[in-house]
Design a protein around this ligand. Structure first.
Ligand SMILES: *[C@@H]1O[C@H](CO)[C@@H](O)[C@H](O)[C@H]1NC(C)=O
Ligand SMILES: *[C@@H]1O[C@H](CO)[C@@H](O)[C@H](O)[C@H]1NC(C)=O
Ligand SMILES: *[C@@H]1O[C@H](CO)[C@@H](O)[C@H](O)[C@H]1NC(C)=O
Ligand SMILES: *[C@@H]1O[C@H](CO)[C@@H](O)[C@H](O)[C@H]1NC(C)=O
Ligand SMILES: *[C@@H]1O[C@H](CO)[C@@H](O)[C@H](O)[C@H]1NC(C)=O
Ligand SMILES: *[C@@H]1O[C@H](CO)[C@@H](O)[C@H](O)[C@H]1NC(C)=O
Ligand SMILES: *[C@@H]1O[C@H](CO)[C@@H](O)[C@H](O)[C@H]1NC(C)=O
Ligand SMILES: *[C@@H]1O[C@H](CO)[C@@H](O)[C@H](O)[C@H]1NC(C)=O
Ligand SMILES: *[C@@H]1O[C@H](CO)[C@@H](O)[C@H](O)[C@H]1NC(C)=O
Ligand SMILES: *[C@@H]1O[C@H](CO)[C@@H](O)[C@H](O)[C@H]1NC(C)=O
Ligand SMILES: *[C@@H]1O[C@H](CO)[C@@H](O)[C@H](O)[C@H]1NC(C)=O
Ligand SMILES: *[C@@H]1O[C@H](CO)[C@@H](O)[C@H](O)[C@H]1NC(C)=O
Ligand SMILES: [Cu+2]
Length: 582
């Protein structure tokens, strides 16, 4: 066609069709994008573990809950009906929720709870993410049983950047309480003390053979064939515990973390924190005896000064027939680091690098608009009203937790996102969360005498497209501990980490701005710090919190309020009509 000639309508149509066809072929993710619909009927169901039978909140009667499978680019609509006698909300952990903040799910942050008898449809798209994420309740401690995997396959026709596995298995690590977890946290808030710990760790809800009154039927079995490769999609759904993970006599290859590809690396032992996901390849030995079996074990990593669930849970890799309960009990366990082996954790964390390939580049912000320094850790509240004598927190106080000494107070009369959308902030939130802690001290040395926290619903307002750096610094107030910090609505780059107090000069110079890992949850090391960067390109209100539920309950959280950008596609849309009201 000659330049400058008007095209006939038929010719134009043909051209448009050709362009459309080319676009569709070039972008399989768009061509194949589908809407996947699921229904979550939240009901009580009877579950027995460790000889304790109880009624627990479930989705569709299943524990753990149903597996959602989507492809990158798909729209996901989950219609939730709340048929239990408690409020509930659901969070799609790690989903970016680009301009779909109303579907993020944390109660009182992006929505009011779905009350008993109410329904709400979570409606969002999966954009630029593939791998394993998960969903869980985000009200009180209900996620103890309300959780399940969210598998995001690459677009049809797009290969994995690693050898195609023969089979895929989701493996959710959890925590079982013989008591009702709601009663456990309620009691702790009454006494001011630390909550009771769990009774077992679980693999897909099963504690396995190391516990009393836990049989072969309560053991997760991974059936393998010699020489085949398995993609294990691991999720740590435990309420309060970071976990070591190993498979006896097998090395694992980590290929993905929090739905981003990483440079593959081999590891005998993994560390996975609550909220984190990890895709790992396990290759079954080609020469294993036909009836052989190997233990998979998880055990806690913690430096808490309090008590913790110090048990080890076991699942099994079986090359042949089902192992008997007795055989399961005598399986040799893989060597796991000691429960407080912080050096092992640091060595493992240091292995993660973004894949940073041409197709999956690491777009690390090289310059920063706003820098923040947040201390994270425990603290205390005065006892105030304890009917019978003293509170059971440290020195007769109540346990609390904070960031920059602000213990996050949940609003009760509206959600923060609703308040923001209506620009009605008064009485709900204050846009003055401090950029630095109120006092400087040796954060990892002797703690200050006054360990009391302040309280408030304080947020950091950000202009659209601000590049943010946050250094998260652990404190030794009431004990130095690792805190898995989770940011909603964003993946961030982990540009630096270290022990002791962060040193703005020397540590900044050592940042990795080339291929740092991209995650939604990172552990602030025990008596150390971690630096993260993200671009605030998603308008809404996004909570950032410790993913140990006990610390979240005590207030280890803050929120970012990301304002709209100038363009129409940079604004938060209005709430869906079925959004629950307070
Ligand atoms: C949810 O489950 C309950 C109990 O099984 C049942 O009575 C109810 O009809 C279900 N609701 C929906 C919307 O499926
Ligand atoms: C917590 O543990 C204590 C001591 O074992 C026990 O008395 C109490 O009933 C437990 N609380 C709950 C809610 O199970
Ligand atoms: C199992 O029961 C035995 C005997 O009652 C007890 O000594 C042991 O501590 C129990 N183990 C666990 C993990 O509960
Ligand atoms: C598994 O590893 C242990 C410890 O390294 C070793 O003693 C044992 O022989 C191995 N078993 C098999 C079947 O390879
Ligand atoms: C935890 O369990 C391990 C192994 O069973 C034991 O060696 C260790 O002393 C226990 N630690 C605590 C603090 O209970
Ligand atoms: C880990 O705990 C053991 C006792 O269980 C203790 O001897 C050791 O000093 C602790 N290590 C660290 C690094 O705290
Ligand atoms: C206080 O003690 C009394 C008598 O022991 C008991 O009945 C009551 O439940 C206790 N109250 C609280 C809040 O623990
Ligand atoms: C414990 O509390 C008492 C009374 O509030 C106070 O005098 C004392 O200094 C506190 N001790 C510690 C170690 O915090
Ligand atoms: C903390 O308390 C101790 C003794 O109670 C005192 O010697 C010290 O000066 C106090 N430190 C600070 C920073 O107030
Ligand atoms: C965001 O800011 C960068 C510079 O920091 C600029 O290049 C880019 O165009 C901005 N994007 C939007 C969507 O405003
Ligand atoms: C930072 O580096 C300077 C120069 O190398 C050194 O003198 C200083 O001790 C370092 N600071 C820390 C906290 O390591
Ligand atoms: C459940 O949510 C409603 C609406 O926000 C609220 O009024 C009520 O207090 C909540 N119930 C509990 C137990 O938190
Ligand atoms: Cu924490």
């Amino acid at each position: 066609m000659a330049v400058g000639r008007r095209l006939s309508p038929a010719c134009l149509l043909l051209l448009r069709l050709t362009v459309a066809l080319v676009v569709l072929t070039a972008l399989p993710e768009l061509a194949a994008a589908r809407t996947r619909r699921y229904t979550f009927n939240v009901t009580m169901a009877t579950v027995t573990r460790l000889c304790v039978t109880k009624s627990v909140p479930t989705v569709n009667g299943q524990f753990p809950g149903p597996r959602l499978v989507v492809r990158e680019g798909d729209r996901l609509v989950v219609q939730v009906h709340n048929n239990i006698n408690s409020n509930v909300t659901f969070h799609w952990h790690g989903v970016r929720q680009l301009r779909s903040g109303w579907a993020d799910g944390p109660s009182y942050i992006t929505q009011c709870p779905i009350r008993p008898g109410q329904s709400y449809a979570y409606d969002f798209r999966i954009v630029g993410q593939r791998g394993t994420l998960w969903w869980h309740a985000h009200f009180s401690w209900l996620r103890a049983t309300l959780y399940g995997p969210l598998v995001i396959l690459p677009p049809r026709g797009v290969p994995y950047p690693f050898p195609k596995p023969d089979r895929q298995v989701t493996l959710m690590l959890g925590e079982w309480f013989n008591a009702d977890p709601e009663a456990v946290i309620k009691q702790a808030l009454q006494t001011g003390g630390a909550p009771n710990v769990s009774d077992a760790y679980t693999f897909n809800g099963l504690p396995g053979p190391t516990y009393n009154c836990s049989s072969g039927d309560d053991t997760f079995r991974l059936r393998v064939r010699p020489g085949r490769t398995y993609l294990l999609r691991l999720v740590n759904a435990a309420l309060n515990d970071e976990l070591f993970f190993a498979v006896a006599n097998h090395t694992l290859t980590v290929v993905q973390a929090d739905a981003s590809y990483v440079k593959p690396f081999a590891a005998a032992t993994l560390v996975i924190s609550p909220g984190q996901t990890m895709d790992v390849l396990l290759t079954a030995s080609a020469s294993a005896a036909p009836s052989s079996a190997f233990a998979i074990a998880v055990a806690p990593y913690t430096n808490t000064v309090g008590t913790f669930d110090n048990t080890t849970a076991v699942a099994v890799v079986e090359y042949g027939p089902h192992q008997s309960a007795a055989a399961l009990r005598s399986l040799p366990l893989p060597a796991l680091p000691r429960y407080n082996d912080t050096a092992a954790v640091a060595n493992f964390s240091a292995m993660f690098r973004s894949l940073a390939s041409a197709r999956y580049p690491a777009r690390v912000p090289r310059t920063v608009d706003r820098r923040f320094f947040f201390t994270v850790g425990l603290g205390a509240d005065p006892c105030r009203s304890r009917v019978n004598g003293t509170c059971q927190g440290p020195n007769g106080t109540r346990f609390a937790a904070s960031m920059n000494n602000v213990s996050f107070a949940m609003p009760r009369t509206t959600s923060l996102l609703q308040a923001h959308y209506q620009r009605r902030y008064s009485g709900v939130l204050a846009a003055n969360f401090p950029a630095v802690p109120p006092t400087r001290f040796d954060y990892t040395g002797a703690p200050p005498n006054n360990t009391f926290v302040t309280h408030g619903t304080r947020v950091v307002p950000l202009s659209f497209n601000t590049t943010v750096e946050v250094v998260l610094q652990d404190t030794s107030v009431l004990g130095a501990e690792s805190h898995p910090l989770h940011l909603h609505g964003y993946d961030f780059f982990v540009v630096g980490t270290g022990f002791g107090n962060y040193d703005a000069t020397n540590d900044t110079a050592r940042y990795n701005l080339v291929d740092p890992v991209q995650r939604n949850t990172v552990s602030v090391p025990t008596a150390g710090w971690v630096a993260i960067r993200f671009v605030a390109d998603n308008p809404g209100v996004w909570i950032m919190h410790c993913h140990l539920d006990v610390h979240l309950t005590w207030g280890l959280a803050m929120a970012w309020l990301v304002n709209d950008g100038p363009l129409p596609n940079q604004k938060l849309p209005p709430p869906p009509s079925d959004i629950p009201r307070c």
